[in-house]
Design a protein around this ligand. Sequence first.
Ligand code: HEC
Ligand code: HEC
Ligand code: HEC
Ligand code: HEC
Ligand code: HEC
Length: 196
Amino acid sequence: MCAAAVAAGAACSWYEPAASSTSIAPVGPALPGQPGGVFTTARPTVGAAVDDFLNRPSEPRQPIEFPHDVHVGKNVACEFCHEGVDKGPAAGLPSVRTCMICHEAIATDRPRIQQITALRDKGLDLAWQRVYGFDNEDSVRFNHAPHIRAKVECATCHGNVAEQTVAQRSVEHTMGFCVNCHNERQAPVECVICHY
Ligand code: HEC
Ligand code: HEC
Ligand code: HEC
Ligand code: HEC
Ligand code: HEC
């Protein structure tokens, strides 16, 4: 597993550095480029146990600590990295090539930048873990574009990402959350609008 993580250009940081191997718990299903999860019944923290009970993904661990705050502070637009957001259903997550548009030249002396440069040079990419999303059994469909057109702020649904490093799941996308606003804004509330 560590070999796979190293091959993906990162340390085994998806796993608890963990003194005891029995407390190593997966942080969700493995994504392409990430090591497969090993399930144990033990959970490393009470929070993880609660997340598990509520069938909620535990806080994801990203391949590198990506600083949203730094980028938004330098006026890089959300859409620069999440370029699908005003065009269709998915916002999209940036590939390392997008990072290198700037980091070929910017901050090239910093360790994290050297890490992503090395990854790119090996033809590898960053395997970002998803923060938001629905379980398949909820059969929910979502589409960003109509919301952006209707001028719903990113922060309404994602919290203040501009102050976060890696994105935090700070807003729960429950059915009530969606339907309340649809009622207020006279957006459609038929079941089939959101469910398939
Ligand atoms: C539009 C330009 C731009 C893009 C695209 C971009 N960055 Fe940056 N990034 C910057 C700027 C500007 C800074 C601040 C540099 C400084 O502190 O002088 C920065 C800083 C960083 C830092 C902090 C470096 C440090 O240790 O101080 C990290 C880490 C980083 N970027 C990672 C990424 C990753 C990963 C991506 C791709 C997902 C990315 N960046 C895409 C412009 C960009
Ligand atoms: C009306 C609520 C809403 C608004 C407004 C919104 N999002 Fe989202 N966003 C969601 C939901 C719900 C998901 C999970 C969708 C899924 O998995 O099907 C999501 C997922 C994402 C993702 C994960 C990757 C992907 O491809 O979808 C990113 C990145 C994202 N949003 C960025 C943004 C940005 C940037 C903005 C503002 C320009 C924004 N969102 C505005 C609700 C919203
Ligand atoms: C320089 C590139 C960059 C910019 C600019 C940027 N993001 Fe991100 N965003 C990322 C990367 C890389 C990730 C994956 C790591 C993480 O989850 O933090 C991400 C993840 C997210 C996620 C979590 C998606 C999911 O469900 O997995 C949300 C929500 C998000 N960004 C919203 C925003 C918003 C809102 C803005 C503008 C205020 C913004 N981002 C600006 C690069 C960027
Ligand atoms: C803050 C307000 C707000 C929230 C929260 C919100 N929406 Fe919306 N939604 C809107 C508005 C406004 C529209 C645009 C209606 C239009 O285009 O006339 C819309 C449109 C949509 C559409 C497209 C409808 C169509 O006509 O095809 C879908 C699907 C949708 N929303 C699903 C969701 C889901 C799922 C959530 C929760 C994760 C959600 N929305 C949360 C305000 C919101
Ligand atoms: C505006 C979007 C939207 C509309 C309209 C909508 N739902 Fe949902 N629904 C959701 C979301 C989002 C979830 C997922 C909640 C979660 O994961 O916590 C959900 C979850 C559910 C669930 C799973 C249990 C739960 O509450 O989490 C059921 C059952 C359900 N919806 C039925 C319906 C029915 C029946 C209608 C029509 C009367 C409807 N929904 C209309 C967005 C919507």
